[in-house]
Every structure is written in C-alpha cells, then in structure tokens.
Design a protein around this ligand. Sequence first.
Ligand code: PEP
Ligand code: MN
Length: 360
Amino acid sequence: MENNKDMRTWLNDFGLSHPLVIAGPCSAETEDQVLKIAHELKDTDATVFRAGIWKPRTRPGMFEGVGAIGLKWLQRVKKETGMLIATEVANAAHVKLALEHDIDILWIGARSTVSPFIVQEIADALNGTDKIVLVKNPVNPDLALWLGGIERLYSANIKKLGAIHRGFSTYEKTRYRNNPEWQLAIEFQNRFPDLPLICDPSHIAGRRDILQEICQTALDLNFDGLMVETHWDPDNAWSDAAQQITPAVLIQMMKDLKIRTETSDAVEFTNKLNTLRTQIDVIDHGMIDTLGKRMKVALSIGELKKQNNVAVLQSKRWNEILGKMILEGQEKGLSEEFILRMFKAIHQESINHQERIING
Ligand code: PEP
Ligand code: MN
C-alpha cells in the first residue's frame, strides 16, 4: 500500500477540527442518555459523536449493547446536533445496518483487528462505499496485524482511513488498563505518515485520573485526534464506568491540554523538537523498563548460583556476551567503546545485586 495523502484529506473534507475530537459514551444505553450526552457535547471541541451499539464484552453475561435500535438514536444525534456519528462494527451484518442508517464513521474494535477473517468480512461488506473507517490497534502488541487491517480495507477501496491507538493488553498488571506502547504507535506513524492517527486515552487508562497526561503525550507525539469516552453520569454507565468523564470535564481537559496549532518557522521548529523529545522520553522509559527486567533475571541467576554454590563471576560467559553485543552494536552504528562502557556498568550492577543475594 503506497503512502497516500488522500488518506488524510477526509479530515479537511468534513471540516473536522484538528486535533479531531470524538466523544460520547462507551455504550448507547437509552435514547435519553444518548441525546442528553450529545446535547452537552454540542458546540464543544468534539465534532464526532461516538457510541457503542454492539459491545464486545470479554466475559458473557454483561451488557452487550442495545443493538440496531441504537442506530436510530445516533441518527437523531446527527439531526439535532450536526455532529458526525460513529459506532463500532464487528461483522458484515453490523456494516449493512450501519450503512442503512447512514452512520458516518465506522470503527473496527481491538478484538476484531486481531482476526484477519473478521477484518476481511468487514472490508468486503464496505467495498464500494465511501465511509470513513478507523482501525483500532489489535489487543496484542503486533504492528503487522494492525497494518494488515488498514491494508485489507485499503484494498477494498476504502480510502478514508484512520488508526486508533487504544493500548495493548499485558499479562502483568500495570498502571494502565491497556499499555500504551508509544514506541509501536511511533513505528506505525513512520510506516504511514499520512494516515490520521487518533489516541483513545479512555481504553489505555481504564480510569479517569490519568486521561489528561495520556492525551498530552499523544498530542506531543503529533497524533491527529482523541477519542474520549464521555457520559453524563459516568459512575452509573452500563460499561466502562471508571474511565468515562462528563462533557464538562472533557471541555476543561481540552482547555488544559497544550495543543499546537500555529505555524511559523519558530513554532514549527519547537513543535518538531517537542515531538522528537517526546519520542526520546518514550525510548528512555523503555530502556529503564528493560534494564529493570534484566536485573530481575540476573537476580534469579544469583539465586540459582547460590543454591548450587557457583561463583558469581563467570568470565567466559561474560566475554561471549560482550563479543555478541559489540557486533550487534556495530550494526546499529554504536562504537565498540560505548558498548564496552555501557555493558560494564550494567554488568557491575548485576554483580552487585547477585553478591547481595549470595552473601545476604
Ligand atoms: C470501545 O471503544 O468502546 C471499545 C470496545 O474499544 P476497544 O475495541 O478498544 O476495546
Ligand atoms: Mn468502552
């Protein structure tokens, strides 16, 4: 798939704000709830109204969405507020109904992007239409699967495309519901620089208190928009209650976010610098995280050596590691001297930890 500037023109064609703000409840619950939220969002930064009609729930027995009736409620939203309307589709039947109700933007959820069969079915059902389609990242951190989703739609002649970063599931508990893996989103941008990239801080956070910092990071990384779950009574929402905010809180959050819109040479320079610095921050966080993990493994080795009465320093093994790392470093343009200094420091830290175990 070639890089295609047409892919982002839909943002302009529809006169949509930049950054694009998509807001609305996780789930459409009742007609009153949908309309009340939509009217509170009218005349705010949000130009697109979202609501899930068919809800993919991880476990059965939970609220699975109101179904097709909700599409009529979305139509009322469009008529009464002038906002574009968006919902999730997960099969050909959903697409058919969404098309019949003239839904403007369809998105493919994280649980669907993982399945090439489902994405293909949706792409086939959309072929020949000119809908805007947004593809959420798959649940698991697999860039190829995400790119594959976009490519399947593009091959089905869907050209008004965008991607949504909603974070990735992890086995370990982290402070996020879905780990943001910004590095992966940056790689995505590098592959398709002209594809609008939208951040969904709600599903990344899983809670209200860190939405703003996630939005700021996304904007600093040059994301084109935000999709924020918004409910008039978040605590009593039928799904994802902990992460939803009221329209009033969204308005305040948008005011507090640093959004870079002006363009002069100086501003452009600062914007670029900020983006690159945020990328560096993301990489640095990743390095510390990786070093922390390495240290944990080194400690397990320390335990094992202790149980088996083996000396901490194993020179042969250490020299092998160094030799390999020097070669790998060269491939990445890193000098031998740097690799030696860095690994000496890392190795020393491991030995210190292991000695504490053995002597402690
Ligand atoms: C949603 O947007 O409500 C949703 C179900 O999201 P995801 O597919 O990212 O889990
Ligand atoms: Mn949700």
